[in-house]
Design a protein around this ligand. Structure first.
Ligand SMILES: *[C@@H]1O[C@H](CO)[C@@H](O)[C@H](O)[C@H]1NC(C)=O
Ligand SMILES: *[C@@H]1O[C@H](CO)[C@@H](O)[C@H](O)[C@H]1NC(C)=O
Length: 558
């Protein structure tokens, strides 16, 4: 009886005292009411879903400020994602009215204030994606709850336009492009103006994103339009230099879209495109083909940002002075190219088939085709240098993965890290290599047992999925997720991933031009998990040896 009384007293006091919550928050557009989720004794998270940060945008126009609303906006449902093509590319879904953001605010015993803020940009090749991510049993991939709770930071995720509506460009002032990047910029500015009312510190804003989201973060750091709006940035597996991240021939691509939607490609094209309805335009993007070694799928990803003379006044390499005060953390998964090479080479994941050496050569020829006739032979000699006379299937397939990883991600990311460090004034620089084996690798599983961290494998750990779906993961994955959340949120708090509220397993050394150190991140990391000069030999191959062949080829032809 006495026990029961105590129990009831505890339950009763938890019920009445744990509800630290912001209640209705006043924003520039009006009041918003979210939902308070209790997480335990004296811990909770306020979640605001679907707050508009601009008005519904016009086709191929920059979004305008939201006119605001009367009364209190119920911010308890995710907004529809931006209009985009379906997985099978046979239909479209989503809405043009999609420029909304979501906010997670953690509280302890008291309502929070002055918290660091992290703004998430999703990936999806600039063609697909949504601020909440894929949903499995009401567990959204990009829920900010775990990061917010464990790292004591505010997490914001935002929608931005994708596909033709986000990025179609004629390469001139008629259709300048970059609408999706302007959406992201508008969201950053909104957070800067409003986040104090949610308990955030507008002087402590960090952007983070993966793949096209990582490249987006990179573009936002390089644009002169974000001066003073955020302090730090994290690019996971994507930067401005990735071959898919910048469209160098937008007008040719715009003509293809015009043909697909039945518009003329002469001087009537732009008027016609502007009067075409949004769903037709979305479906008018050229299909992303299932790849082959001669036409790798990644080369179809061309609905990307452009150098428009405004958001990006110049080539990315010439814009790093704009990031001189920004702390930058970026890195790559050690087999980021697996997803791509394994699709481009049909025999790759068929454990009963052999992958011919010829397919590796064809893949290299496709990736080096602008670098002169000898480029692919020189590159092949490097990637096969340790093969011996009779290479194993594993050697051949590993080379295909390395080629994809280096070309699509790792080498461009090293270029961005190097330029950031070289141009930094107060900004710090940190580099990582994530190497946790894929969950799909091993006997009886679809991937070969040597497959490491594939593209997008980092997402589940960053968003704490091993904690929210414990049965799908083991303790090692919870360890890894805890490490990554610690590094990421410490960095958001202080600009140094080692310093902040959470303990880290290994001290992450800064990257400098003189000492190019990086941290290898996996569940078993220890004091030996730091390295220098990541894949330097192959970085030189792609950034120096092969491009010099290209310029000789041009010179010879003239
Ligand atoms: C960010 O937050 C930290 C820790 O709360 C604080 O020391 C710092 O002054 C804040 N502002 C900036 C710009 O880092
Ligand atoms: C660190 O980890 C590596 C790889 O797992 C292992 O080989 C090495 O023995 C470990 N070193 C220490 C000091 O624990």
């Amino acid at each position: 009886m006495e026990k029961l009384k105590i129990l009831l007293a505890v339950v009763f006091s938890v019920g009445t005292t744990s509800a630290a919550s912001l209640g209705v928050v006043q924003t520039e557009g009006g009041g918003v009411q979210g939902q308070n989720i209790p997480l335990g004794l004296f811990r909770s998270v306020d979640v605001f879903k679907g707050i508009p940060f601009v008005a519904k945008p016009g086709t191929f126009e920059k979004a305008k400020p939201h006119p605001g609303w009367d009364g209190i906006l119920k911010a308890t449902k995710f907004a529809t994602r931006c209009l985009q093509i379906s997985m099978l590319q046979t239909s479209s879904f989503g809405s043009e009215d999609c420029l909304y953001l979501n906010i997670w605010v953690p509280h302890g015993r008291h309502v929070s204030s002055g918290l660091p803020v992290m703004i998430w940009f999703y990936g999806g090749g600039f063609v697909v994606g949504g601020s909440m991510g894929p949903n499995f049993l009401n567990n959204y991939l990009y829920s900010g709850q775990q990061i917010a709770d464990k790292g004591e930071v505010i997490v914001v995720s935002v929608g931005y336009r994708v596909g033709p509506l986000g990025f179609l460009s004629t390469g001139d002032s008629r259709l300048p492009g970059n609408y999706g990047l302007w959406d992201q910029h508008a969201a950053i500015a909104w957070v800067n103006r409003n986040i104090r009312s949610f308990g955030g510190d507008p002087d402590n804003i960090t952007l983070f994103g993966e793949s096209a989201g990582g490249a987006s973060v990179s573009f936002q750091t390089l644009s002169p339009h974000n001066k003073g709006l955020f302090k730090r940035a994290i690019s996971q597996s994507g930067v401005a230099f990735c071959p898919w991240a910048l469209n160098r021939n937008p007008s040719k691509f715009a003509e293809k879209v015009a043909e697909n939607v039945g518009c003329p490609t002469d001087d009537r094209m732009v008027t016609c495109l502007k009067s075409t309805d949004a769903r037709t335009l979305t479906m008018g993007a050229p299909r992303i083909e299932l790849g082959s070694p001669d036409y790798p799928a990644v080369t179809d990803l061309l609905l990307s940002p452009v150098v428009d003379g405004d958001f990006l006044p110049d080539q990315p390499a010439n814009l790093f002075h704009n990031a001189a005060e920004i702390d930058y953390l970026t890195g790559v998964n050690n087999m980021d190219g697996h997803l791509f090479s394994s699709k481009d080479i049909p025999s790759f994941n068929d454990k009963n088939k052999e992958t011919p050496v010829e397919d590796v050569k064809r893949l290299l020829a496709a990736y080096t085709k602008e670098m002169g006739p000898t480029a692919s032979e020189i590159a092949f000699a490097e990637y096969s240098s340790n093969w011996g006379p009779t290479p194993s299937q594993e050697s051949i397939r590993r080379a295909a993965v390395d080629i994809g990883t280096d070309y699509i991600f790792l080498v461009p990311i090293q270029t961005a890290i190097y330029l950031h460090a070289a141009n930094a004034r107060s900004g710090s620089t940190y580099s990582y290599l994530m190497s946790e084996p894929s969950l799909l690798a091993g006997p009886g599983r679809p991937y070969h047992d040597w497959v490491g961290a594939d593209h997008a494998d980092d997402l589940q750990y960053v968003f704490g999925k091993p904690f929210t779906t414990p049965k799908a993961y083991g303790d090692r994955h919870r360890d890894l997720s805890g490490y990554i959340i610690a590094y990421w949120t410490n960095f958001a708090r202080t600009g140094n991933p080692n310093k902040g509220n959470l303990k880290v397993p290994v001290t992450w050394p800064a990257f400098t031009s003189a000492d190019q150190q990086f941290l290898e991140i996996n569940a078993k990391m220890n004091e030996s998990s730091t390295g220098r000069d990541m894949r330097q030999h192959f970085v030189r191959l792609w950034t120096s040896t092969l491009p010099s062949l290209a310029s000789h080829a041009v010179a010879d032809a003239q």
